[in-house]
Design a binder for this molecule. Sequence first.
Ligand code: CA
Length: 234
Amino acid sequence: MMSKLKLLIVEDEQAILQGLVDVFIYHGFEVDSADDGKVGLEKALTGKFALVLLDVMLPSMDGFTICNKIREQDKNLPIIMLTAKSSEEDIINGLTLGADDYIAKPFSVRELVLRVNTVLKRSKPHNHENSILQIGHIQIDTANLIQLNTANPYHFSRRELEILYYLQHNSARPVSREELLEQVWGYKQADAIETRTVDIHIAKLRRKIETDPKQPTLIVTIRGEGYRLIQTNK
Ligand code: CA
């Protein structure tokens, strides 16, 4: 029998926490929880978990700080932030700090379970594992998510590599934000905040791969259409 995937849920509102624990146990996960920020961080760094659901407002340490500290030590652990309802600032903050996804409270349980499964599917090893991705003059070790041949290499998230692969595969044409959301994030219908998350990820990628992020020559913006990867080795 396959062993169950372990989730960590960090949430201080007992009613929400208990509800989430029950739902994910029902869906076949093994679940551990913390109702305190520091305890949550300690548990998250044990390496036992397949994914962390992370509330923002928590006692002793907030979710953004936790997310940041997890990313300092573990680039791969999938994190989904539970953000306040329609707080765009929270969402953008979380994604900038390296969360894989977010869901706004109050959320539908069905949608949360879907998001968890989507993020888990994406974080599984892909067939382009253990290879080198070449974008312009940049080489990325896709197994270790790190830039090669440079003294101060950038780290990349899995999501960022997925975006680069998708743009590279479709470099003959511009790719719209909606298409990226559907193909890379697995979102069926994008809202305005989700569309902005694409721009945030592209901005982060440009800071890593462009010589001048303000004058991009690798990931260029095609007005009214989206983004296009320019494939030249200059
Ligand atoms: Ca809370």
